[in-house]
Ligand binder design. Structure first.
Ligand code: GDP
Ligand code: MN
Length: 377
């Protein structure tokens, strides 16, 4: 789970990394009062879980509380890279002398953590890495040793950061390890004209496997403003991910669902979502899953791709029939059943003979059909 900037900076502050004074608000009126408390002139920052807000108009200077109110009003409700702005943060402006980049990421390839640092902060690090690869320093961190003061100095020196930035590197490591994060990033970390080192922006991605320890970030750690269907699916224990195409996809097992997405994309379809009903799925789970997928307005056709192992295809077929009784099905369904009890499953669907339910013998054939049906809708 990604945290918002204001949550990330809360963690930074708790671990001794200095951040400018700031307040989070959700209306123009509260923005005006907050700006007054912060001294009048403020930076107004859209709180969305995506980077590049600056370029997208999500970071603006306001000269006084009235301007802060106006800017907040403009930003609230704005769309930044597909994320709606629900809150803005007002921060005390600082006079920046230099901007740096520092982060720790889990590097799965080397089964270790990587410190990434650059004396050229402010821009997106991917851009710096692409245009000036020498300006980005990567230092592996042994998770058992962690970032000692020595190691922090070594990283800072290798990246050309000022020596005063080293303590931030060891504190940021504490944020990563103590808060169950997979990624912590400060961009920019700045040196102010009066010589202070401050984190002006922060990104923290928490490890969802530690969600049971993260109740402070909200209802079981999920985004209260996230996709409503994702929340509903989570409540039902279903693995559902919203995508931006038109073909709804249900499968059993992450591997099969992933390859189904690929096959649909391969024949020109665009997956609208991804629902993994898991192994050993019951008729109930299938029915819940199908009604969820059908309630996504972007879905034009649904592909159910099940390879029965522990999951029996007749249970899946029963679930589809149950869903047909309880939900008004207005979109075509293509069902491919194979494996455990497939003939029985197919017979159940044949017997139901619903005009919008089509069966396909192969995954490729099913994907092509679902993509064509979505296209024709
Ligand atoms: P991002 O675009 O989503 O990464 O948002 P940032 O919080 O990193 O802000 C973008 C840029 O705005 C930063 O790189 C800074 O150059 C600038 N910025 C943000 N806050 C301040 C501030 O308080 N003072 C100054 N001078 N610049 C700021
Ligand atoms: Mn930034």
């Amino acid at each position: 789970m990604d945290l918002y900037e204001h949550q990330a900076r809360q963690l930074f502050a708790e671990h001794g990394i200095a951040v400018p004074r700031a307040e989070v608000v959700d209306s123009a009126a509260t923005a005006q009062r907050a700006a007054r408390r912060l001294g009048g002139r403020v930076v107004v920052k859209a709180q969305v879980r995506t980077g590049g807000r600056g370029k997208a108009g999500g970071v603006k200077m306001a000269a006084d509380p009235a301007a802060a109110a106006l800017t907040a009003r403009q930003m609230l409700g704005m769309d930044i890279r597909g994320h709606t702005v629900r809150t803005v943060m007002l921060a005390e402006p600082v006079d920046v002398e230099a901007e740096f980049y520092v982060s720790y990421v889990l590097d799965r390839a080397s089964s270790a953590f990587l410190a990434i640092a650059s004396a050229e902060g402010g821009m997106e690090i991917e851009e710096v890495a692409a245009t000036r690869p020498d300006a980005v320093t990567r230092v592996p961190v042994d998770p058992a040793e962690g970032v000692t003061d020595d190691k922090a100095r070594q990283i800072a020196e290798a990246a050309g950061l000022p020596a005063e930035a080293a303590p931030v590197l060891s504190r940021l490591w504490q944020v990563l390890t103590r808060e169950d994060a997979l990624l912590v990033e400060v961009n920019p970390l700045v040196r102010t004209v009066d010589g202070r080192i401050l984190a002006l922006d922060g990104k923290v991605t928490l490890d969802d496997n530690a969600r049971f320890r993260q109740s402070r970030w909200g209802t079981d750690g999920r985004d209260p403003h996230g996709d409503p269907l994702e929340a509903e699916a989570a409540a039902k224990g279903l693995n559902y991910v919203k995508l931006d195409g038109e073909v709804g996809i249900i499968g059993n097992g992450a591997g099969l669902v992933m390859s189904t997405l690929d096959v649909v994309a391969g024949c020109g379809g665009r997956p609208a979502n991804f629902l993994d009903i898991g192994g050993g799925a019951s008729a109930r789970v299938m029915a819940d899953g199908l009604s969820l997928i059908l309630s996504d307005p972007d879905v034009k056709s649904v592909l159910v791709n099940v390879f029965g192992g522990i999951t029996a295809c007749d249970a899946v077929a029963d679930g589809i029939v149950q869903a047909l009784e309880t939900v008004r099905v207005t979109k075509p369904l293509v069902v491919r059943l194979d494996g455990n009890n497939a003939p029985r499953g197919r017979a159940i669907l044949d017997a139901r003979a619903h005009p919008l339910v089509h069966q396909a013998a192969t995954m490729d054939g099913a994907a092509r059909r679902a993509a064509r049906l979505a296209d024709a809708a």
